[in-house]
Design a protein around this ligand. Structure first.
Ligand code: AMP
Ligand code: MG
Length: 417
């Protein structure tokens, strides 16, 4: 464990170190209803046409377009067909079939007139009031997806509609990078989680609740291991167990220079760690390392990244966003958009800070003004323990070293969530 003062590095260097040390998780077969948000690891080729047969896009009457060239005209109604009704019909000249959205087009008919443009006078007579051309309101076979087409290329991030497409062409399973299984724990003997009255020196735990949500929002599977006491033996056991059954570990607290920073003490011993000090505020200290778990059959030894977030709640959140989230996304196969998007914004009220050689990530609320540009103002006190002001923020203004930005000035803003 290096006791010397660490070199302070730019955020970008820290991000590079972390990202270069993690790799995409091996692909797995995933059920399509579980695959939304995942990155496909292989092309998906359609094995079925969508739609599988020509059908009507509206409720109405299936006709021959040539029969309705001059309207109004009256046709003989030969029957009714609903969606899912497989009866084979044939529409001859002078005839119409009452047809409901999604029902198969009958032989002989080449167009559908919507019900609003028809008047059914008796059970077997309909007057058509609108002339339509061939193909009107008909959805041809395969006009969404054709069997043999590559519907999704490897690397696609599957969304909800995409999962629906897989389902509609009976691709029940796909190859994808799985969700990272992330173990989450907090340290600190001062932390109370059970609602009991606070004794002197105690505070209520907040980071586990917050991080569990952030990790889940990153599309990972989270195991919340709770607060682990500041006890090296216990912490080592919890970390080793977690490494055996998870793809990554996120810890909160205990990575600073204090006497009871047990995470630091234990990880220095059992993992290959990089202790970093970054030229940012908040979230200066960050610990990243690799803990080797026990062997898995056929897979060799597991190497589990550990993200040691600082305990101050705002720092915890920001270092998760800036370092852990991008790495977890890389592990889940993302190649683009590892970092949150940034956008240039107009500063509404001065964003004040003191020169200290660091880039400040100030919590701001942003809204689109009538000028079509993003405007931001800070959400209140910016201390690294002041989570309430962070709760009101939807962005982080990236304020370079100096005295801040005047009203009307421009600032780059990282958009959160
Ligand atoms: P540490 O990083 O352990 O030195 O903690 C820094 C500060 O954050 C201290 O004031 C801790 O009491 C506080 N803190 C640490 N962990 C948590 C947590 N899980 N929830 C709320 N506050 C925390
Ligand atoms: Mg602590």
């Amino acid at each position: 464990m290096p006791d010397t003062v660490l070199e302070v590095i730019p955020l970008g260097d820290a991000q590079q170190r972390v990202l270069s040390a993690v790799a995409p998780l091996p692909e797995q077969v995933v059920a399509c209803e579980r695959a939304a948000g995942l990155v496909l690891s292989r092309d998906v080729v359609a094995t079925e046409n969508i739609p599988p047969f020509a059908n009507t896009a509206v409720d109405g009457f299936a006709v021959r377009a040539s029969d309705v060239a001059n309207v109004p005209t009256t046709l003989r109604v030969i029957g009714t067909v609903a969606a899912g009704d497989g009866t084979e019909w044939c529409v001859q000249s002078g005839e119409a079939l009452r047809i409901m959205t999604g029902a198969p087009m009958p032989d002989g008919a080449d167009a559908v007139v919507m019900v609003e443009d028809c008047e059914q006078t008796t059970s077997d007579r309909v007057t058509i009031n609108k002339s339509v051309s061939a193909g009107n309101s008909v959805r041809p076979i395969a006009d969404d997806v054709r069997a043999g087409d590559t519907v999704f290329a490897a690397g696609t991030v599957l969304n909800a509609a995409g999962a629906g497409v897989l389902s509609s062409m009976n691709a029940r399973d796909v190859w994808a990078h799985p969700r990272a299984r992330v173990a989450l724990l907090s340290t600190g003997d001062e932390l109370v989680t059970d609602g009991s009255p606070l004794q002197r020196g105690q505070i209520r735990e907040s980071n586990l609740t917050m991080l569990e949500i952030l990790v889940a929002e990153s599309n990972c599977e989270v195991t919340n291991l709770g607060v682990v006491a500041d006890d090296e033996v216990l912490l080592e056991r919890v970390l080793r167990d977690a490494a055996d059954s998870h793809d990554a570990i996120v810890t909160s607290g205990g990575v600073s220079m204090g006497d009871f920073d047990v995470v630091k003490a234990v990880l220095s011993r059992i993992a290959e760690m990089q202790w970093m000090q970054m030229a940012i505020k908040p979230a200066k200290p960050f610990a990243f390392g690799i803990l080797s778990g026990t062997s898995e059959p056929g897979n060799g030894r597991r190497h589990v990244p550990i993200f040691g977030l600082p305990g101050n709640p705002v720092s915890s959140m920001i270092s998760y966003e800036l370092l852990a989230r991008p790495a977890l996304r890389k592990m889940m196969g993302h190649k683009q958009d590892l970092l949150r998007p940034t956008i240039h914004a107009v500063v509404d009220a001065p964003l004040r800070r003191k020169p200290d050689g660091k880039t400040h990530f100030m919590r701001v609320f942003g809204y689109f003004g009538s000028d079509g540009r993003l405007h931001v103002r800070d959400t209140g006190p910016q201390g690294s323990h002041q989570l309430a002001a962070t709760a009101a923020a939807n962005g982080l203004a990236i304020v370079p070293d100096g005295t801040g930005i005047d009203a009307g000035g421009a600032v780059e803003v990282m958009l959160l969530g």
